[in-house]
Design a protein around this ligand. Structure first.
Ligand code: SF4
Length: 339
């Protein structure tokens, strides 16, 4: 961990989070031992292929996992307090006030029978009590301005808005109570490329103006590169690398991170697109040792016998992989460079 990150205040800390889904043939380990810290004012991206546990991690943080899913272990500390140990009433207060979600699909998140303004008013008054009509109207119009929405949508219904506008309404709702942490769960994925960029810029603007800490979940490595400070790479329910974004793109440490970055198409280089060989294991029956070993080109006997632990192998880069061996001076060598 760099000195820069070590000195910063931790606003959210997740320790050994485990979320399993019950199936007739055994538990699916959707999230298995996820640990990370989110620092004040930073944006941490979560990337990985579909089903790797990114969104389930977000639902776990928000305590919104529904059956057959269940949280089986871990801690989620928001400003020191463990959300997993809170009563439902206290949790309800913390959501929106301290911890808010910009959901994946704005289409399904907004109530089609309520005007946009009433939905935002609902969030504000549920937490802050009845507000004066003018005060609440002014707050909603300010929120519209922050996310680039015109005031004319105040009395409109969701179906009258475009996809990008609806997504910005969700951003306005998420920041309505000035939360400390916002989780953006694939909030640009369902939009076309141009609108995606506008919404992404809106999120960045809001984050900068409010100084909020943010978790951004997605699978677009290009978008992540422009929007986040650090990236957590997830594979099959585990974080395999968590690195500062520049270091990750310059020199990914984990073999899976390298494959993900190499799969980003280049506009200048004409190369055959690289894909990860093999298929993901049965999530009810994960392999021994390293979670990635069945697809890793560098897998060794040690990888089958021992689960790799996270180590800060380079400044700003923490990786779980046996390729990096600690030296007596505290540095790490990549064993591929010694053979
Ligand atoms: Fe590959 Fe072994 Fe590293 Fe896992 S621990 S990523 S199998 S080299």
């Amino acid at each position: 961990m760099s000195n820069k990150t070590r000195e910063r205040k931790v606003v959210l800390e997740v320790n050994n989070l485990g979320i399993y889904y019950e199936t007739p043939k055994g538990d699916v380990r959707a999230v298995d031992g996820v640990s990370f810290q989110l620092f004040e004012g930073e944006t941490l991206g979560f990337v990985g292929e579909s089903g790797c546990g990114k969104s389930t991690t977000a639902m776990g943080i928000l305590q919104l996992v529904t059956p057959p899913g269940r949280i089986v272990k871990g801690e989620v500390r928001l400003e020191g307090d463990d959300l997993l140990k809170m009563s439902e009433d206290t949790l309800r207060q913390r959501r929106w006030e301290k911890l808010a979600l910009i959901p994946q699909g704005s289409m399904n998140s907004l109530n089609p029978t309520m005007k946009i303004s009433s939905q935002i008013q609902d969030v504000i008054e549920t937490h802050r009590g009845k507000q004066g009509k003018e005060a609440v109207q002014q707050r909603i119009l300010n929120l519209f301005q922050m996310v680039g929405l015109p005031s004319r949508i105040y009395n409109m219904y969701p179906h009258e808005l475009s996809g990008g506008m609806k997504q910005r309404v969700c951003i306005a709702m998420a920041i309505a109570l000035n939360p400390n942490v916002v989780i953006a769960d694939e909030s640009t994925s369902a939009l076309d490329v141009v609108v995606q960029r506008v919404v992404a810029q809106t999120i960045l603007k809001v984050k900068k103006e409010m100084g909020v800490s943010m978790i951004m979940i997605g699978h677009d490595m290009g978008l992540m590169a422009q929007m986040v400070d650090r990236v957590a790479i997830m594979y099959a329910g585990q974080i395999v690398e968590i690195s500062e974004v520049k270091a990750l793109f310059k020199s990914p440490a984990h073999p899976y991170s390298k494959i993900l970055i190499d799969s980003v198409p280049s506009l200048t280089e004409r190369e055959t697109m690289r894909v990860t060989e093999g298929i993901t294991h049965d999530p009810r029956n994960p392999p021994s040792g390293c979670i990635f070993r069945l697809r890793c080109p560098f897998a060794s006997n040690e990888c089958a016998q021992k689960k790799p632990q996270h180590q800060m192998v380079r400044p700003g880069q923490s990786v779980a992989c046996h390729l990096y061996q600690p030296q007596s001076d505290g540095s790490f060598i990549d064993v591929r460079e010694t053979t």
